[in-house]
Ligand binder design. Structure first.
Ligand code: SF4
Length: 307
C-alpha cells in the first residue's frame, strides 16, 4: 500500500479563461479542441468534499483556467471554510473579473491567499502578455480589498502577485516592487521558460533562484531532484477528472474521476502508483506524461524539490 498522503488538492472549477495569454497552454495548445464549457456546481463540489475520508491541508482553486468565471466560486470557498477551518484555501486568478463580486463576499468567504497573475506596472506593460485584461480594474479591486481588511482589522486574505518576467518587463522589476510595496502586498518574480518555441519572450537578464526544501537558495541553482507532484497532490478539472499534476504534459493522462470513484481509491490506483514508480526510477513505462514534461527534464523547474 502506498504511504503517501495527499496534502494539496488543486481544482479547476471551470474549463475556460477570459484572457488569451500567449504562452498559456489553453491559449495556444487547446484552442482547436472543442470541449463543452463546464463549471463545477456547488452541489458537485459538496458531493466530492463530503466523500473525502481525509481532508488535505490545502485546496487550491484555479489551476489552468480562470476560477472567477464560475459564479459559485465564493460559495464553494465559504462551504469549505464552514466545514473545516483548518484547510488552507487558496485562489489563483488573473482577478480581472473580481468586480463581478462584492468585496465583502470575497474577503468574508474564508479565502486565505489570493495569487494574482499580474506582470506589469501599467496597462501597456501588463497587456502585452495578459491579452484582454484591464490593469486598472485589477489594481482597483486590490485596493478595495486592502481597505476593507484595514477597516475590519483582518489579516486575510493575503494578496500575492505572481509577476512572470519576460523580455518586455524585466526592466520594470524595481518599479513593480515599489508599486506592490505601496499596496502592502507581496510579489514573486518567476521565469516561465517551460515551453520551447517562445524564446522571443524569455528574459535576458533575470535569473530565477531555485530553493532547497528548507527554502535556502540552491548553491549552484542546479536541481538534483525528482518531481514530487504526484506524491503529495493531484489536479482535478471541472468535469471531475483527476490528473497526477497540473503540468501541461499531463493534460491527457486522466487517473480517475471523482464523480465515478472515491478519491481515496484514485489516490492509490495503478496509474498513480505507476507514475510515482516511474519518477522514482523503479520502472520504465512508455505511456507516462513526464517523458515530455520540462519539469521531468529539469530544464527550468522551481517546482521540483529535493527528495
Ligand atoms: S514530471 Fe511533469 S508530468 Fe510528471 S508528474 Fe511531474 S509535473 Fe507532472
Amino acid at each position: 500500500m502506498e504511504k503517501y498522503t495527499c496534502n494539496f488538492i488543486k481544482i479547476d472549477v471551470t474549463n475556460s479563461c477570459n484572457l488569451s495569454c500567449p504562452l498559456c497552454p489553453n491559449s495556444y495548445r487547446r484552442k482547436d479542441i472543442k470541449i463543452p464549457y463546464k463549471n463545477m456546481s456547488l452541489s458537485e463540489f459538496i458531493k466530492f468534499f463530503d466523500n473525502l475520508q481525509i481532508y488535505p491541508q490545502e485546496i487550491g482553486l484555479g489551476v489552468n483556467h480562470e476560477p472567477l468565471l464560475n459564479n459559485n466560486i465564493f460559495d464553494i470557498i465559504k462551504f469549505i471554510n464552514n466545514r473545516n477551518k483548518k484547510i488552507n484555501i487558496t485562489l489563483s486568478t488573473n482577478f480581472t473579473l473580481s468586480n463581478k463580486f462584492k468585496i465583502e463576499t470575497i474577503v468574508e468567504s474564508g479565502i486565505r491567499d489570493i495569487f494574482i497573475g499580474l506582470d506589469g506596472i501599467d496597462q501597456e506593460s501588463y497587456s502585452k502578455y495578459r491579452v484582454g485584461g484591464n490593469f486598472d480594474s485589477v489594481i482597483d479591486s486590490i485596493k478595495k480589498i486592502q481597505e476593507y481588511k484595514k477597516q475590519k482589522k483582518l489579516e486575510f486574505p493575503q494578496i500575492k502577485i505572481i509577476f512572470i518576467v519576460f523580455k518586455h518587463n524585466e526592466d520594470l522589476i524595481d518599479k513593480a516592487k515599489e508599486l506592490f510595496n505601496s499596496l502592502e502586498i507581496s510579489v514573486f518574480f518567476r521565469r516561465t521558460d517551460f515551453y520551447s518555441g517562445f524564446e522571443d519572450w524569455f528574459p535576458i537578464k533575470f535569473k530565477q533562484i531555485n530553493f532547497n526544501e528548507d527554502r535556502t537558495p540552491m548553491q549552484d541553482n542546479k536541481i538534483d531532484a525528482i518531481c514530487m507532484e504526484p506524491f503529495s497532490s493531484v489536479t482535478i478539472d471541472s468535469f471531475g477528472n483527476v490528473y497526477p499534476c497540473c503540468g501541461d504534459g499531463a493534460f491527457d493522462f486522466v487517473v480517475g474521476n471523482i464523480f465515478k470513484d472515491s478519491f481515496e481509491n484514485i489516490w492509490v490506483n495503478k496509474k498513480m502508483c505507476d507514475i510515482r514508480h516511474f519518477l522514482q526510477k523503479r520502472c520504465n513505462i512508455k505511456d507516462i506524461p513526464c517523458i515530455n514534461c520540462p519539469i521531468y527534464k529539469q530544464d527550468n523547474s522551481n517546482i521540483a524539490i529535493k527528495l
